[in-house]
Structure formats: C-alpha cells, structure tokens
Design a protein around this ligand. Structure first.
Ligand code: GSH
Length: 230
C-alpha cells in the first residue's frame, strides 16, 4: 500500500467525464493530495505530443499517480480510474468488499452499466442532438429519437426500480458507492437533453447533491481552486 495521502494529478476540463474523477477525489478526501491541471480541450491541447503520450485518444480524464516503485503512471478511462482508485484507497468503503456477495455483483453491474451502456447512449446524443458536436449535415435526428426512447422506456425505469428496491437512498441502499458517482454524473448529463424527469431520479440527484459539500456547492463546475486550497 502506497503512503497516504496518494499524490495524484488529474488532467481535467469542466463539464466533461473528468468531473466523475474529480467527484471521486473529493469523496476520497484526505487519502489523496490532488493537483488538478486544466487541459484546454477546446484549444486542442489534448492533441499535444506530451498529452498524447499519456492518452493517445486525446481525451479527458487522465490521472497521473506514483506507483509502488515511485514511478509516474498515467491512466485514462473515467470508469476505470474510478474503479482503480476505489479499490486502491477505499475498498469496503466506497465499494462493497470483493467477493461473491449480491452487493458486490450489483455494485459492479451498476458501475459498468453507467460507465459503458448509459455512457454510450449519452454519447450518441452528444453527437446528434441539435446542440450536439457533429456538423449539421452529419446529424441524424432518428438517432436522437431512438436513443431518447430507449432511455425513457428501458434505462430510467431500471434505475428507478433499483433505487426504490434498495430503500430510496443510493443505488445499493444506505451505502454510497463509486457506482453512484458514475450514475449521478450520467443523470446530470442526461438533463442536458431533457431527460431524467422522474421524481425518484430527481430526489436521488438531490441526495447526491448533499455529498461532499464543497464539490456540489460549486455545481460540479470547475472546482480546481477549491481542490488546490486543500
Ligand atoms: N470513455 C472515455 C471517454 C473520454 C472522452 O471522450 N472524453 C471527452 C470529454 S468528456 C474528450 O476529452 N474528448 C476529446 C476528444 O475526443 O478529442 C472515458 O470515459 O474516459
């Protein structure tokens, strides 16, 4: 186990998937000492040779940390980073212990349902929605309609059912886990497309908003300054 606090550097840009990691870093509190480096995504900084060495996909987030031998290691993929830090620093706290329990299976399922399945549906909207990033002549409104219909008919009801079945607190019940980080971020993201209107989900988001005060107080925006103050 590395000496705590673990020194980490997060390469971040507000309102992107790096917010997931930023949120987790706040949850980890004194276990991490964070430097947050803003990468000017819109100015193409993620294409610089230095950045591409850390992530050839020119995408955020990237986390830099020192491994057990003291060497700097770079990791990309938001859900992978969240899982990695949770297991390394908060196993049994922000995730049920590894093992064959139902809680652990549920945790793993919701973490990856959020991080892959839901994420990719949101990505379709991010590209094809009228506010999306594709040029107008490449946008397909049928993709938007199909994705939203699936989200409303299949995705949200599953989450609502899970929250209700576990007692209307977090995804797994009383215990907040890292799966809530990815799920919470996705649901907030989905609101940009007029989704997430169910009261159960809005109440869930409100409960999440009570978590680490300093993070949510600033509305998941650029909390770089707050982190550096710590
Ligand atoms: N699956 C990756 C997706 C990363 C990703 O696409 N990040 C976006 C911001 S949310 C980005 O940096 N895009 C810039 C680009 O692709 O050039 C993850 O979850 O980390």
């Amino acid at each position: 186990m590395a000496a705590l606090p673990l020194e980490v550097t997060l390469y971040h840009y507000p309102r992107t998937r790096s917010t997931r990691v930023l949120w987790l870093l706040h949850e980890l509190g004194d276990k991490v000492n964070v430097t947050c480096k803003r990468v000017e995504l819109m100015k193409g900084e993620a294409y610089s040779p230095e950045f591409m060495k850390m992530n050839p996909n020119h995408a955020l987030p990237v986390l830099l940390y020192k491994d057990a031998s003291g060497e700097d290691q770079a990791v990309f993929e938001s859900c992978g980073i969240v899982e990695f830090l949770t297991e390394a620093l908060a196993a049994g706290q922000l995730a049920p212990p590894i093992g064959l329990s139902k809680e652990r299976a549920d945790y793993q399922k919701w973490l990856w349902f959020s991080g892959s399945w839901m994420d990719q549906l949101l990505w379709q909207l991010r590209q094809h929605d009228s506010s999306g990033i594709l040029p107008a002549d490449q946008k397909d409104s049928r993709v938007v309609d199909r994705t939203k219909a699936k989200w409303i008919k299949e995705i949200e009801p599953q989450i609502v059912a899970q929250i209700e079945a576990t007692g209307n607190k977090y995804l797994l019940g009383e215990q907040f886990t890292s799966a809530d980080v990815i799920m919470g971020h996705n649901l907030k993201w989905s609101q940009a497309y007029g989704l997430c209107e169910s009261q159960v989900l809005l109440d869930y988001l409100a409960r999440l908003a009570e978590r680490p005060e300093r993070f949510w107080k600033y509305g998941c925006l650029d909390v770089v300054t707050q982190l550096q103050e710590r």
